[in-house]
Ligand binder design. Structure first.
Ligand code: ATP
Ligand code: MG
Length: 356
């Protein structure tokens, strides 16, 4: 099965950046990689050459990387993905166009709560079925509940299947529409959120036309769940070493556990790099320099401070990973440099071990 690497974590911790770094590391190792980004920062999107609504586009990797594989990247466009799903699974072009034109569909496809998560799963599934890729790297949206996207396929299937949606398609004679007309406040609220200002005729048409797609939604939700649960799918928890990030990170670990999803490892972003590892400040005696002894005092003091910060960071990381056997990989804070391809490539060096 095609390996799927998923970067999850709290908002702003560096999921998109890490996903790009993992993708480059994997391409360097020789895979044909596709990276699905979600709302990347503009500069990163420019660096990767991705645009809204575009197909996977080839990323030119820095020559010095001597990558054995290739990298393609794309940006999730939930609305366009929804349209494509409808286009692919509608029984006829007429049914497809009826759905596209329908006001309820236009509202639902742009506003459905969780649509971004769900469409990320649909897009993942398309990439998986595509057959062109040795490895799919998936960035995840900044959700309120970290692993919402895991539940997205089920939720979508349920929504299509039962609950309010199912109730709505009850024929008027069975009381469905009449209750709406009576103006139950709760229902009016639900409807308003779900379908905006559509008319009941719109709603009826939407469900009539969408009926043919429901089985497909349900089947894919089962297949996507199987893909997410496959041993070849690896979940990386992106976080920082700050004590404040720990509670949220632990919550992720618990959520993954409750989904019976093993954690591939922690990607601890914005780290100070421990002494001795590549990129760490060097401190080698230079007795040949004038004023060496005076300089050594000042630099040595700074270096001591650096070591103390690293020790604190390492203690925080140990606490973060306590109780799990998951490996920890550290990603240094690169400052401004991380916005371009060279920056992400520099960062990918720290992720080679994570994809090995
Ligand atoms: N190691 C790093 N060094 C320097 N800057 C970084 C690093 N990691 C991330 N950043 C910067 O931090 C910001 C947030 O990173 P990113 O967009 O990857 O986070 P995210 O988790 O995807 O956010 P969101 O939850 O909003 O999607 C970006 O401006 C990014 O360039
Ligand atoms: Mg992001």
């Amino acid at each position: 099965m095609t390996p799927v690497l998923i970067c999850c974590g709290a908002g702003g911790v560096g999921k998109t950046t890490s996903a790009a770094g993992l993708a480059i590391a994997q391409a360097q190792a020789g895979s044909r990689v596709v990276l699905l980004t979600i709302d990347p920062a503009r500069r990163l999107a420019d660096a990767l050459g991705v645009r809204v609504g575009s197909e996977p586009c080839a990323v030119t990797l820095p020559a010095g990387l001597e990558a054995k594989g290739t990298l393609h990247a794309l940006m999730l466009d939930p609305k366009e993905t929804f349209d494509r799903v409808v286009g692919r699974w509608a029984p006829t072009p007429e049914a497809r166009d009826r759905i596209y034109r329908n006001h309820v569909y236009q509202h639902v496809s742009a506003n459905l709560a969780g649509a971004q998560e769900y469409m990320a799963m649909e897009r993942l599934y398309e990439l998986f079925r595509d057959g062109r890729w040795d490895c799919i790297v998936l960035d995840t949206p900044p959700t309120r509940h970290a692993l919402d996207f895991l539940a997205a396929p089920d939720r979508m299937a349920n929504l299509m299947d039962e609950g309010v949606m199912r109730w709505l398609v009850l024929p008027a004679s069975r009381g469905g529409w009449r209750m709406i007309e009576r103006g139950s406040e709760v229902l009016a609220g639900v409807l308003e959120r779900m379908v905006g200002n559509s008319t009941i005729a719109d709603i009826a048409e939407f469900f009539g036309a969408f009926q043919a797609l429901w089985d497909g939604f349900r089947e894919r939700s089962i297949e996507v769940s199987a893909l997410l649960g496959a041993p070849s799918t690896r979940f990386y928890l992106v976080t920082t070493a700050a004590p404040a990030a720990r509670a949220e990170a632990r919550l992720f670990v618990e959520q993954l556990r409750s989904h019976q999803q093993p954690l591939a490892g922690f990607l601890v972003n914005r780290c100070l790099v421990p002494a001795g590892s590549p990129g760490a400040p060097e401190f080698a005696p230079r007795a040949d320099l004038p004023e060496w002894d005076a300089a050594v005092g000042a630099v040595g003091q700074l270096y001591e401070q650096h070591l103390a910060k690293v020790a604190l960071q390492e203690a925080n990381i140990a606490e973060l990973a306590a109780g799990t056997t998951a490996p920890v990989w550290r990603i240094p804070d690169l400052g401004e440099a991380v916005h371009d391809l060279d920056g992400i490539t520099a960062l990918s060096h720290y992720l080679r071990a994570a994809v090995a």
